[in-house]
Design a protein around this ligand. Structure first.
Ligand SMILES: C=CC(=O)SCCNC(=O)CCNC(=O)[C@H](O)C(C)(C)COP(=O)(O)OP(=O)(O)OC[C@H]1O[C@@H](n2cnc3c(N)ncnc32)[C@H](O)[C@@H]1OP(=O)(O)O
Length: 287
């Protein structure tokens, strides 16, 4: 049974949210639904919920997202996180209406977008379950999640599974290098065409494709499987994978080796190897 997670809220003022205002949910969020999922509540589930703007990433939404990630990062019960959107949109990019009037001074001086990379610095594995539009920045958001899932062509409705449109802010192209460092697959420049989930998978943009009605369950079940391992060692594995993406091959190998040595200082490494040899299920204590 999903357990609601209580977080404080701060808001955007955008179409459909002014005047009467978009109400906070009882849980305190305005733009997200945040809960624990999975049979043991070990999965942190974040659903972007700003339907009137197709989940465009306004500052208020991103602030809530950061707080949700912080809360799950600190929650010892949670071993992995799933971020998803709605049927029509994962997210339609940065909020154009919020950005429209901004000057350089406001962007640079006000550190616009500061903290937007929190999703990349979370130590727990994060899965993006992408359905509908994923435009510009959400493509980066999804890429930062490292284990992206998408809904498949066989369940296409309108709009298609992972359409990608040009980012006006990037002059019609969007480089993903900022999001994922030097990963070869991500060096591609998206030129504004709409691509299907299958094409996104072929390009390395998503790792698995599911029919729409199976997408979220599959993402949660994958997260649950990850969460059933030692959280301590999973965090080390994620650090190692990130190092492989972000540094040279030699540096990535060095980091991996150091972290592998470090696992020998943990109880969970001993328990994992002993359980393997004794052909039984490991009982990890995250220590
Ligand atoms: C770092 C840079 C960036 O991220 S720049 C932003 C990049 N994003 C985009 O360029 C996408 C802009 N949106 C669209 O192109 C379309 O909305 C669409 C193709 C994603 C979907 O088209 P559709 O016709 O199905 O919906 P609407 O255009 O009518 O949109 C519904 C509603 O949402 C508002 N909205 C959509 N995207 C944004 C956005 N990025 N920022 C702010 N608001 C957005 C849109 O204005 C509509 O609201 P309304 O009150 O009717 O104006």
């Amino acid at each position: 049974v999903p357990v609601p997670v209580l977080l404080a809220a701060r808001g955007c003022s955008s179409a459909g949210e002014r005047g009467s205002g978009r109400r906070e949910r009882p849980s305190g969020q305005r733009f997200l639904q945040v809960q624990k999922a999975g049979s043991k509540g070990s999965v942190g589930l974040i659903r972007l919920q700003r339907p009137q703007a197709l989940n465009a990433l306004c500052e208020g939404l991103m602030a809530e997202l950061r707080r949700a990630l912080d809360a799950f990062e600190a929650d010892a019960q949670v071993g992995a996180i799933v971020i998803t959107g709605s049927d029509k949109a994962f997210a339609a990019g940065a909020d154009i209406k919020e950005m429209q009037g901004k000057s350089f001074q406001q962007c640079y001086g006000g550190a616009f977008l500061a903290g937007w990379d929190r999703v990349a610095t979370v130590r727990k594995p994060t899965i993006a379950a992408v359905n509908g539009y994923a435009v510009s920045v959400p493509v980066s958001l999804r890429a930062l999640c490292r284990v992206p899932h998408a809904r498949g062509r066989d369940s296409w409705r309108s709009p298609p599974a992972v359409p990608i449109t040009p980012s006006p802010g990037a002059g019609g192209t969007q480089r993903l290098t900022r999001a994922v460092g030097k990963s070869l697959a991500m060096e591609m420049v998206l030129t504004g065409e709409r691509i299907s989930a299958a094409e996104a998978k072929a390009a390395g943009l998503v790792s698995k494709v599911f029919p729409v009605d199976k997408l979220l369950d599959a993402a949660i079940s994958c997260a649950e499987k990850i969460a059933s391992n030692s959280k301590l060692v999973v965090a080390m594995a994620k650090e190692s994978v990130n190092a492989a993406f972000e540094t040279t091959l030699a540096e990535g190998n060095r980091t991996e080796k150091r972290l592998f040595y470090a696992t020998f200082a943990t109880d969970d490494r001993k328990e994992g190897m002993t359980a393997f040899v004794e052909k039984r299920k490991a009982n990890f204590t995250d220590s």
